[in-house]
Design a protein around this ligand. Structure first.
Ligand code: GLV
Ligand code: MN
Ligand code: MN
Length: 413
């Protein structure tokens, strides 16, 4: 299949999916269990069916396309990524990996591959955790790591739980357990994704072989003080939640910097209540996202945040809660599959390098228990989780061929 043809098909699909955003003209906002998610899933179902795949959606909102192998009971080869996005994000994060998994199925068919085992293309629901502060909902459910309690526990900033959001979307959260795949039914997982960082673009390397994904912990912190008049309440007589919270927040980035090993920590959301210029805030909510390839660093920063919250809220005379939204340890990806792809890149004359991923992925959840591999394509200037995110369609085409080659190898052995 000529590369121009592959590039064209990927471009058509990704251009078609751009319409499913809640913020047209301002980037991709495709939060889980919304009409934009529904639109994207229906579109994916259409192109999966066009590719000759057997299509279904599961109890968690994941969408699958199956190419049957000679032995449908043998552990399958699964390939894909997520179809949700962050708020005002780019048009490639996640969804490109779903489109390229469907593209791999097309190429396998065109090559006349007779698979010994099933090939499954997948679009996962809610990888980002943007709406509920969590992460890897669909891939976690596929592995049996999400239950009804989980769905009831986590809520978005409007107070809507995953449970209620699923119901509004037409899914029955009571059946979330049905999304679990039988133990041993998935043999390997392959994910193509944009790098979302600057390394490949800056070094003019065509493809990134991902050997490790950082661990992540996420928290929603709520600091409680007392609302009072901003003019009449003396500084030593107020319970200022903003004062206490910001004293903690201001230290978090430095604690990550201090590690000097790539550890990062981010406070990406801050909300004050009631949020008036002349009112002492009674409450501050803020998120913390900590990542490192060294899990001890994550635990250490978490411990320091707790200690600082203990101290500052005591000084203030208030209280706090620190709700864990996600804890996942770093993961090493399959050396065997990396070697296969590296050899293939060499044979095809594509430059490649091994690198770690600072972004989280469905592969982080899946790689904890299954042989998993990721292939990165360059992101222009490393920009991602913003509207300017850009990768050339021809780069996706190259990566799709390398991943199809790997899938072919796994399917025919
Ligand atoms: C997802 O892209 C994440 O790394 O948070
Ligand atoms: Mn992603
Ligand atoms: Mn993302």
């Amino acid at each position: 299949m000529p590369m121009e043809m592959i590039t064209g098909r990927i471009a058509t699909n990704l251009e078609g999916l751009k319409q499913f955003t809640a913020t047209p003209g301002e980037g991709c906002t495709r939060l889980p269990f919304t009409k934009e998610a529904r639109g994207a899933v229906d579109y994916l179902k259409g192109i999966m069916a066009d590719a000759g795949l057997e299509v279904w959606e599961d109890a968690a909102g994941n969408v699958f396309g199956l190419m049957k192998g000679e032995d449908p009971d043998a552990p399958c080869v699964m390939m894909g990524s997520h179809y949700d996005s962050v708020i005002k994000g780019g048009d490639f994060d996640g969804i490109a990996g779903v489109v390229c998994a469907i593209e791999a199925a097309r190429q396998l068919k065109e090559r006349g591959v007779v698979p010994k085992r099933n090939f499954v293309a997948v679009g996962f629901c809610d990888e980002e955790g943007m709406r509920f502060g969590t992460g890897y909902f669909g891939s976690g459910a596929m592995l049996g790591n999400r239950d009804v309690e989980y769905c009831k526990k986590f809520k978005d900033t409007d107070g809507i739980s995953i449970y209620d959001a699923m119901k509004g979307y037409g899914l029955d959260p009571e059946r979330i357990g049905e999304a679990k795949w039988k133990e041993g039914s998935i043999g390997s997982f392959l994910e193509l994704h944009i790098e979302q960082g600057p390394v490949l673009d800056a070094e003019h390397v065509e493809l990134g072989l991902v050997n490790c994904i950082v661990g992540i912990q996420r928290y929603m912190v709520t600091v409680h003080g007392r609302s009072d008049h901003a003019g009449t309440t003396p500084m030593d007589m107020r319970l200022d939640a903003v004062d206490a919270a910001t004293k903690v927040i201001s230290k978090i980035a430095d604690w990550a910097r201090e590690k000097a090993d790539g550890t990062v920590a981010t406070v990406g959301y801050i909300h004050t209540v009631p949020g008036g210029m002349n009112i002492v805030a009674e409450q501050v909510e803020f998120t913390v996202d900590i990542r490192s390839s060294n899990n001890d660093n994550i635990n250490d920063i978490t411990k320091r945040i707790r200690a600082a919250l203990d101290y500052e809220t005591k000084q203030m005379g208030g209280s706090y809660e620190m709700e864990n939204k996600l804890t996942i340890t770093p993961v090493m990806l399959s050396e065997e599959m990396l070697d296969i792809m590296e050899e293939d890149c060499k044979a095809k004359g594509y430059s490649c390098k091994r690198l770690a991923s600072g972004a989280g992925h469905d592969s982080l959840e899946i790689g904890q228990v299954l042989p998993t591999v990721m292939l990165f394509v360059p992101s222009k200037d490393g920009r991602s989780h913003c509207q300017v995110e850009f990768t050339k369609y021809s780069d996706f085409a190259k990566a799709s061929v390398i991943m199809t080659d790997l899938a072919e190898k796994l399917l025919t052995r």
